[in-house]
Write a protein that binds this ligand. Structure first.
Ligand code: CTP
Ligand code: MG
Length: 227
């Protein structure tokens, strides 16, 4: 069985919206995180979804899940203070004896495609660990204070997207073997520290994360004709 853990327990501090956390903002008639969950609901490679939410949103979300027909959503758990803490809470809810691959995905990435999810899960099945990535299109500078130190060779750089998928045992080890780094912004970072090789899967620039307000305007437009 393949399980997707969707993390949506963040505070959205960079988004700067006081009334509602970004993942619950209505976009084209549904909360942003519902768009994300529907990508996984509709993907044949995914058998179940575990959703990580702020504690106070869990009860309310049961109705939302029903309304939007999220049948693969088996568990909703409360998140932690940091992203890795939230992922760990989701991971602790995974049934280890039944699960082969765990795919972690940001609730704030509603534009992930069916193809990206399938390719990442399949790659993790083959190699143990896989990360969806995108190329870097801007010229990248290393800076020190207010001046440029050098230009970095962007051909070797990739942006880490989600999903990131792993065999269950590998991800479990990444969280238990070392004291995991609370500042880790993705799971690959923790798996890299184990010394496990991670395969890359080329993804699309369309798979943006809603981080700042401008991202939502772009996402809304892209979602209008999402296929
Ligand atoms: N996330 C989470 N638990 C946390 C922090 C983040 O589940 N303690 C989730 C977010 O809800 C989001 C994903 O991880 O879906 C990616 O994180 P990010 O874009 O950084 O969201 P926030 O942490 O909410 O935003 P910010 O960093 O601007 O506060
Ligand atoms: Mg964050």
């Amino acid at each position: 069985m393949n399980t997707a853990i969707i993390v949506a327990a963040g505070k959205g501090t960079r988004f700067r919206e006081a009334k509602k956390r970004k993942q619950f903002l209505e976009v084209l008639g549904k909360p942003l995180v519902v768009h994300t969950l529907q990508r996984f609901e509709d993907c044949s490679a995914v058998n179940e979804m575990i959703l990580v939410l702020p504690e106070k949103e869990i009860e309310n979300f049961l109705q939302i899940a029903e309304k939007f027909g999220l049948k693969k959503l088996t568990k909703i758990v409360s998140g932690g203070e940091t992203r890795p803490a939230s992922v760990l809470k989701g991971l602790n809810a995974v049934e280890s004896n039944k699960t082969e691959i765990v795919a972690i995905h940001d609730g704030a990435r509603p534009l992930v495609s069916n193809d990206e999810i399938i390719k990442t899960i399949n790659k993790a099945k083959q190699t143990g660990a896989a990360c969806l990535v995108a190329s870097v299109t801007d010229t990248i500078k290393e800076v020190s204070g207010e001046t440029i130190v050098r230009t970095v060779d962007r051909a070797k750089l990739r942006r880490a997207l989600t999903p990131q998928a792993f065999r269950y045992e590998i991800l479990k080890r990444a969280f238990t073997e070392n004291d995991f780094d609370e500042k880790a912004t993705d799971e690959c970072f923790l798996v890299e520290k184990l010394g496990v090789e991670i395969s890359v899967v080329e993804g699309s620039a369309r798979n943006i994360k809603i981080t700042n307000k401008e991202d939502l305007i772009l996402a809304e437009n892209l979602l209008k004709d999402f296929r």
